[in-house]
Design a protein around this ligand. Structure first.
Ligand code: SF4
Ligand code: SF4
Length: 112
């Protein structure tokens, strides 16, 4: 089992999650983060920290697509453990539908 970052992180990217993870398994893309499924120890402390409710346990149904996306991009995006300022328009995109199709970027973020 692992925890998974899902669609509502895209363009919100608040980064509250990275500071609480005991094993530093968040990786940063251009406009979202992912969790490395082989590094996550399933402690669950990040889930309630996410203001966008964008972290879910993979035991929830319907998350296969997101599990694959987290696993794929955790291999190439840089590790992030320190929170930075979220995007200025993060609140405007919180809860918006269809963010994967509209905005997903495969480009890496800055990392630490
Ligand atoms: S706190 Fe939530 S919205 Fe922010 S980066 Fe982490 S998963 Fe994404
Ligand atoms: S569940 Fe725990 S180990 Fe996994 S990403 Fe969240 S804080 Fe890190």
């Amino acid at each position: 089992m692992t925890y998974v970052v899902v669609e509502n992180c895209i363009k919100c990217k608040y980064m509250d999650c990275v500071e609480v993870c005991p094993v530093d398994c968040f990786y940063e893309g251009d406009n979202m983060l992912v969790i490395h499924p082989d590094e996550c120890i399933d402690c669950g402390v990040c889930e309630p920290e996410c203001p966008a409710e964008a972290i879910k346990p993979d035991t929830e149904s319907g998350l296969d697509k997101w599990l694959k996306l987290n696993a794929e991009y955790a291999k190439t995006w840089p590790n992030i453990t320190i929170k930075r300022e979220p995007p200025a328009d993060a609140k405007e995109h919180d809860g918006e539908a269809g963010k994967l199709d509209k905005y997903f970027s495969p480009e890496p973020g800055e990392g630490d």
